[in-house]
Design a protein around this ligand. Sequence first.
Ligand code: AN7
Length: 405
Amino acid sequence: MARYTLECVECGRSFSDDTLLKCPECGGLLEVSLDYDEIEVDRETLERRDLGVWTFRELLPVSTDDPVTMGEGGTGLHPCPRLAEELGVRSLYVKNEGENPTGSFKDRGMTVGVTKAVELGAEVVACASTGNTSASLAAYAARAGITCAVLLPAGKVALGKLAQALFHGARVVPVDGNFDDALAVVRRLAEEGLVYLLNSVNPFRLCGQRTIAYEICLQMDWSVPDAVVVPVGNAGNISAIWQGFLDLYELGLIDDLPRMYGVQAEGARPVVDAIRSGKEDIDPDPEPETVATAIRIGNPVNAVKALRAIRSSGGWAVSVTDDEILEAQRELATTEGIFVEPASAASIAGLRKLVDRGEIDEGEEVVCVTTGHGLKDPEIVMETCELPEPVEPDPERIKERLGLG
Ligand code: AN7
């Protein structure tokens, strides 16, 4: 199993106590730093295994051979030639994270994070969530036989996600406030030792999400795309994916690194503003608002890491309007058959903007990460679709309705 330490992203100090969720010296976020010299992996061994999160077990910071798993990862990297042509790039792939067990990329983190929670003897796991994190944690906690507590911004969680959290038996508390308010409370409960926290301040969870990068490289025969476009909310995923590419680079499994592009909604775009203005940190937005409720986040805890990832990779960040998000969602569904939730479609809408602005060149190869399944949020879809009136089961009437014959 992997040798690693927990390293503070602020002061750089290292620790070997797995129960830590922030730097005991300066309070900064902790990140798992792999000891590359101690890790033995090669391309052929990885290729021989079934593709998924645990394909990369040598790179995951747990010691058990019996993880809490449901076969997460191994999602498709789908070539999208029609959409590529429409957006004006040579080659576009969609890494479709909606294909995970609970329908979002969060499962990659939770299989590792809940395995670690069990290893540490946690009895209650908890998170604040815009929806997907709670759905995933509720499922993995059920599988592990432990208690799950979730705090949700009241009235702002998509129906499918709420149904999942409730149905898997989590203790669900809607909070009068937004995600950022709920996260502040659950961090407090974790500090009091009442719960084990599985938001993206948990460094072990984010190691699971690094496997998105590991899989992309393996699926592309160890070549690396020019650009990777990721929707950004709490900013854990884009940071984790970038670290995933760095891991493989350090291990000598890939020879290049991609540029990382973050996409936020116009009404919740602190990371975009910081990138544009060249600031070291974000100015939190106290009232984030967007139709893409998954990324309705005004104070992303991983912002500093995300800013570093975007800058050091030579990428950029853009915001997209709710209309652009919904149009991209429909476009991906109708041109390529891939149904994603609005937050995920932000990556496609963002790519269009990045190409139009010349940030991404038409000759380049791009991967858009679509983070959650379209069925998570059926209500938003039904708002934009008209439900046709029923007709009698009469062939003539139906032909007429279908515009056939
Ligand atoms: C579909 O579930 O924050 O930038 O609490 O569900 O790593 O936060 C969800 C985030 C993108 C943003 N796409 O990822 C939560 C939550 C979807 C998401 C994001 C989320 P981060």
